[in-house]
Design a protein around this ligand. Structure first.
Ligand code: FES
Ligand SMILES: [Fe+2]
Length: 459
């Protein structure tokens, strides 16, 4: 393993139409070694040619660009607002915040989920300050009240408002949709339907239904960097060589596959396969140890048998561990138990595929382009009745991830991942150069994101 040497690595011969790729086994070749049938969805490879994007650095630092994002992105896109299980019963509500915008998400007596601008039609007080259960949406200032479906219910001293009619004073409503147990909202009336926005993403998750999981942990960390700086650190495996060198014996970092479709993209990083950056061939046991030590923060107490690979062993063990909870895991391939499938639905929603528990969301922190909020949500399978969702655990800017023990050993990996980010933001402000340069293939997801961002901000 040598960073300098890797700069001089000869490039593999270009595959026609797909450009240059790393040396080492491709993800599709690795799938050929699976002991089970591999689902079609893992066989997909997007054919899309993305324009080469060099991104102006001010996109990450300027308030003017942030304001443009509010107008052209946050007010226009479908975005993940909350989990359905946060508002299970009529009257349950929560407040979704993005930049300086807020929506109250509420479940009606008809069990429908609705979203309203969080602002009283009298003099504008925010109607709700946080989650809770209520019979009506009643403003704390002068007491105007709305029914859960947004229709006007009562106005104190009604005689004093001759112009106010029930018909004209329903709460302005935002569009809502659900998928995988997530509630999405859209603040624009002219946006395309949710179905056309999300496209084929649901078909990718058919074998891994996220609606059948519960929120096992939910950690929100304030970060000293732009929200895009934070999220882009979780959209490629190119950083593994420098950021997580301990994983190299057991991660096919630069053999990851990257795909991009209309509004979503994915990366697949294979595990229990060696990094092409290594200058030796690790044994199956070494691959296992590199990854177990990282994900469990402990040495494995077992050895890979002679006649098995680390991939087969890990898949076998996970199948056994999970079958009581999710009987259908028996048919899942080795790939689905070993590899990392990290999806992104534009602009900021990152559910992971298979039975990895991770979902990320990244948001601006109010209107400050230099800070953001990163959330890690663990979605776990359950048996019987759905456990109550974990409450959000807030971590302040400089608090260590390990202050959230509910994240388990991955807290240390998140610490490695986020260590650089405040220094990226600092460097962006110091720059004499004007643009960031993205890798042609390994930064496909970033290029896809910025191509869409371009489209939205110039629309
Ligand atoms: S501001 Fe809401 S009732 Fe007056
Ligand atoms: Fe990482």
């Amino acid at each position: 393993m040598a960073n300098d040497a890797s700069m001089q690595e000869p490039l593999a011969p270009a595959q026609p139409g797909q450009g240059a790729r790393s040396t080492g086994i491709s993800y599709q070749q690795l799938l050929d070694t699976d002991t089970r049938e591999v689902p079609e969805v893992l066989r997909l490879q997007s054919a899309r040619e993305l324009p080469v994007v060099r991104v102006p650095l001010e996109r990450y630092t300027s308030r003017a660009f942030h304001d443009l994002e509010v107008e052209k992105v946050w007010k226009k896109v479908w975005q993940f607002a909350c989990r359905e299980e946060e508002i299970p019963e009529p009257g349950d509500h929560t407040v979704y915040r993005i930049a300086n915008l807020e929506a109250v998400i509420v479940r009606g007596n008809d069990r429908q989920i609705r979203a309203f601008a969080n602002s009283c039609l009298h003099r504008g007080r925010a109607l709700k300050d946080g989650p809770g259960r209520t019979e009506e949406l009643r403003c704390a200032f002068h007491g105007w009240a709305w029914n859960l479906d947004g229709s006007l219910k009562s106005v104190p001293c009604r005689w004093d408002f001759p112009d106010v009619t029930r018909e004209d004073h329903s709460l302005p409503e935002y569009r809502t949709a659900t998928w995988g147990g997530f509630v999405f909202i859209n603040m624009s009336e002219d946006a395309p339907s949710f179905e056309s926005y999300i496209g084929e993403l649901p078909s990718h998750f058919e074998r891994w239904p996220l609606e059948d999981r519960y929120v096992e942990a939910h950690v929100a960390h304030r970060m000293r960097c732009n929200w895009k700086v934070a999220q882009e650190a979780f959209m490629e495996a190119y950083h593994v060589i420098a950021t997580h060198p301990q994983m190299l014996p057991g991660i096919g970092d630069s053999n990851s596959q990257y795909d991009a479709w209309d509004h979503f993209s994915r990366a697949i990083t294979p595990n229990m396969t060696p990094s092409p950056h290594l200058d030796y061939e690790p044994s199956e046991q070494e691959m296992l140890e590199a990854m177990i030590t990282t994900s469990l923060d402990a040495e494995p107490a077992f050895r890979v048998p002679e006649d098995m690979t680390a991939r087969e062993l890990m898949a076998q063990m996970s199948r056994m561990q999970m079958q009581a909870l999710v009987p259908s895991v028996q048919r899942l391939s080795d790939a689905e138990f070993n590899d990392s499938f990290y999806y992104t639905l534009f602009p900021n929603f990152h559910p992971w595929g298979a039975y990895n528990r991770i979902t990320y969301r990244f948001r601006p922190n109010g209107n400050d382009p230099d800070t953001s909020i990163m959330e890690v949500i663990y979605l776990a399978p359950f048996r019987g009745s759905r456990p109550a969702p974990a409450k959000i655990h807030w971590l302040d800017y400089d608090e260590p991830w390990t202050n959230a023990p509910e994240l388990g050993a991955l807290a240390k990996v998140f610490a490695q991942d986020t260590f650089n980010l405040p220094n990226v933001q600092r460097g962006l402000h110091n720059a004499k150069h004007t643009h960031a340069v993205f890798a042609n293939y390994q930064e496909t997801k970033l290029r896809h994101f910025h191509s869409l961002l371009d489209k939205y901000v110039t629309a």
